[in-house]
Design a protein around this ligand. Structure first.
Ligand code: PRP
Ligand code: URA
Length: 209
């Protein structure tokens, strides 16, 4: 079974409260999502493999560590996942970016896929799927299904706010996937929104509705 972790660093908790506030406007919402994503990227990259490398300091030659060069891809689920990409790339700038477009049908809450564009070697990459909201879990499950169909096999899923229902569904559908969230909220309401949540992440990021 993959791991499940709530990344509750004080800075992340503080910033998450800012974006939960309904009075936070698009500009600040976008900036703070970006900042939280950088903080989360730091946490989720803790187990990246290292290798020995020889380095000559001004004093002596020595052997120290460098990243082992495992190829990374970040895959945002459109639209809202786009808000997490730049923050992640702040720390892992060489990552390739795959896009998967998906929206929830407002009646059925079922995800509908409308776009997939992945790096050609996606099957060889460590993949970070990002989406601010894990609600029913349908979008994350379908996104990872689509990636597995393309041969991908090494996943971490990162979100800002998760509902218990979504975590359970994602763990059941994809037990191999590590899940990281900034907060585990209480529940889903009858419209499929996370409670207390932060509202519609895509609309808040892009100023739509
Ligand atoms: C939101 C969110 C997730 C999905 C989560 O996307 O960004 O992708 O809902 O819900 P689920 O876990 O129940 O599938 P939305 O459908 O609002 O599309 P958008 O990002 O284009 O606004
Ligand atoms: N998608 C969102 O953007 N917000 C929710 O609360 C649930 C799904």
């Amino acid at each position: 079974m993959g791991t499940f972790q709530v990344l509750d660093h004080p800075l992340i908790q503080h910033k998450l409260t800012i974006i939960r506030n309904r009075d936070t406007g698009t500009k600040v919402f976008r900036e703070v999502v970006n900042e939280i994503s950088t903080l989360m990227a730091y946490e989720v990259s803790r187990d990246m493999p290292l290798e020995d490398v020889e380095v000559t300091t001004p004093i002596v030659k020595t052997v120290k560590k460098q990243l082992a060069g495992k190829k990374v891809a970040i895959v945002p689920i459109l639209r809202a996942g786009l808000g997490m990409v730049d923050g992640f790339l702040n720390l892992i700038p060489a990552a390739k970016v795959g896009h998967i477009g998906m929206y929830r049908d407002e009646e059925t809450l079922q995800p509908v896929e409308y776009f997939v564009k992945m790096p050609a070697d996606i099957d060889q990459r460590q993949i970070f799927v990002v989406d601010p909201m894990l609600a029913t879990g349908g979008s994350a499950i379908m996104a990872i299904d689509a990636l597995k169909q393309r041969g991908a096999n090494n996943f971490k899923f990162m979100c800002l706010v998760a509902a218990p229902e979504g975590v359970k569904a994602l763990q059941e559908a994809h037990p191999d996937v590590d899940i990281y969230t900034a907060a585990l909220d209480d529940s889903l309401n009858e419209d499929g929104y996370i409670v207390p949540g932060l509202g519609d992440a895509g609309d808040r990021l892009f100023g739509t509705k």
